[in-house]
Design a protein around this ligand. Structure first.
Ligand SMILES: NC(=O)c1ccc[n+]([C@@H]2O[C@H](COP(=O)([O-])OP(=O)(O)OC[C@H]3O[C@@H](n4cnc5c(N)ncnc54)[C@H](O)[C@@H]3O)[C@@H](O)[C@H]2O)c1
Length: 452
């Protein structure tokens, strides 16, 4: 810690060092609840805040709603009182360190919507006290922490780096990942002042194994966007090549596997029905929106979005092409979508490309679109419109049930599905994930990106 640290900085540093502090986590979703549990299970008093009363009432009863978390760990943290879930924002003043993990969606025009961050910051402004550290973790455009959050907190006698401390530290949790989780994934931290960075690194280090300091919140905000844009651009590249391979008659999956044998300079990405979730689809738009303010066009971001967002249309056309080969009209055809979550082994439906495929099929007049996804209990299409409809959900996959559909489309390759049964029992399978790669008998299988 630097020599000119304030009295408040010294006090907070000592609390962190001795682990006698209270941590607050605002927003207990896919990011916030695992983070809160990570602190609580290490014996650190943690208060979890959420505006969603259903989530809080589940947690108060020791019940978990995040698949990656162990139910018994959540129950133990709550029962022992190390994790206190609440909707009461006045308890923000009890916390020494507060992490903000609220949503950052986009508007219907795909502009950033930081209203959740601003609402949470206003709650904080009402209950703030000297000696606290605030760490924003929600993905957002560079400058959010300094230009939008700091002004809501700053007062003549409540100054950043003196009476309070503020940093940005992006989240990297990858739901469904069995190797990398909240505790062992390195985390980047950038504070408004060097002391803010030091304190935020120390507080983060209580729960996270590797902490990487950077020189400012803007660097931390931008590096998170780079991570997600990197994924978006590379997925778009392979999605485009999959379409080309379909024309040429080369199997893109084999091409990627072959390229991946290069031990340096190549990282495999795979095609699919499009991208979804709360990150890779949305975050690049945060930067392209900001770039416009600087008269700059982010060509890679725009092009990647265009290619990725066209994929559900491509998959729709593959399905309709397979219906057309059978003695059935679109109106009477039955289609089953296997996997509605946006990626394998998660229960997250947000912006899932499978939803888009279902909507596009219904718009084309396919009257029967059902789905099977053990992690998604119900799916509503055209939500909030007069045409809103709930898709029929299959409870289990049986041979007789599969054979009823004219096309079964694998939109998400959950690992719990019996794929040999799917291949054997279905009339036609459109496989957008190469889930049937180990199946020998392939005459009824149409694979995205292999040209057959
Ligand atoms: N989901 C991921 O895999 C992931 C990964 C890395 C980063 N992120 C980023 O982390 C942030 C959170 O994402 P998430 O997936 O956890 O979202 P989420 O929707 O699962 O959780 C957000 C929670 O915040 C709550 N909330 C909203 N406003 C609030 C307020 N004012 N006070 C208290 N609680 C409030 C919501 O009720 C919800 O429970 C986003 O910026 C996202 O881009 C997400």
């Amino acid at each position: 810690m630097s020599a000119r640290r304030s009295r408040w900085a010294q006090q907070l540093a000592e609390r962190i060092r001795s682990r006698r502090l209270t941590v607050g986590v605002v927003g207990l979703g896919y990011v916030g609840l695992p983070l809160a549990v990570e602190y609580a299970r290490k014996g650190i008093r943690t208060i979890g805040f959420d505006t969603n009363t259903e989530k809080i009432s589940l947690l108060v009863r020791g019940m978990n709603y995040i698949r990656d978390l162990d139910d018994s760990v959540v129950a133990d943290c709550v029962a022992s009182g190390t994790l206190v879930p609440t909707t009461d924002t006045s308890r923000l003043s009890d916390c020494d360190v507060v992490f903000f993990c609220v949503p950052t969606p986009f508007t219907t025009n795909k502009d950033p919507d930081i209203s959740f961050i601003l609402a949470a910051a206003r709650d904080l402004a009402e209950h703030k006290r000297a000696g606290q550290l605030y760490v924003l973790k929600s993905t957002t455009f560079p400058g959010t922490t300094r230009k939008h959050v700091q002004p809501l907190l700053e007062e003549p006698r409540f100054r950043c780096g003196k009476e309070y401390f503020l940093a940005f530290s992006p989240e990297r949790v990858d739901p469904g990942n069995k190797v990398w989780h909240t505790g062992n994934t390195p985390i980047v931290v950038g504070g408004i002042t060097p002391q803010c960075t030091e304190l935020a690194c120390a507080a983060t280090g209580l729960a996270i194994e590797h902490v990487v300091p950077v020189s400012s919140p803007e660097v931390a905000e931008m590096e998170k966007l780079l991570e997600n844009i990197f994924r978006s651009v590379n997925i778009a590249l392979v999605n485009e090549l999959a379409q080309l391979c379909d024309r040429i008659g080369i199997n893109i999956w084999e091409v990627v596997e072959a390229a991946a044998t290069k031990p340096f300079g190549f990282m495999p990405f795979y095609p699919g029905p499009g991208i979804g979730g709360h990150c890779i689809l949305i975050d690049p738009y945060y930067l392209s929106w900001m770039a416009r303010e600087y008269d700059f066009t982010t060509n890679f971001i725009e092009l990647a979005a265009e290619v990725n967002e066209a994929m559900p249309y491509y998959v729709r056309d593959m399905i309709i092409g397979q219906i057309a080969r059978q003695p059935v009209s679109l109106r009477t055809a039955r289609v089953l979508l296997l996997g509605m979550a946006f990626k394998r082994d998660v229960d997250d439906l947000r912006h899932s490309p499978a939803l888009k495929v279902a909507e596009l099929l219904r718009r084309e007049g396919v009257s029967r679109v059902d789905y099977y996804d053990p992690y998604i209990p119900s799916v509503v299409l055209f939500e909030g419109t007069p045409q809103a409809e709930t898709l029929h959900s299959l409870r289990g996959l049986r041979r007789a049930v599969l054979s009823r559909y004219h096309v079964v489309c694998i939109t998400t390759d959950h690992s719990c599905v019996d794929y040999p049964l799917v291949a054997a029992a279905s009339r036609v399978v459109v496989d957008t994930r190469n889930a049937l790669r180990n199946i020998r008998q392939r005459s009824n299988i149409v694979l995205l990106g292999d040209g057959r």
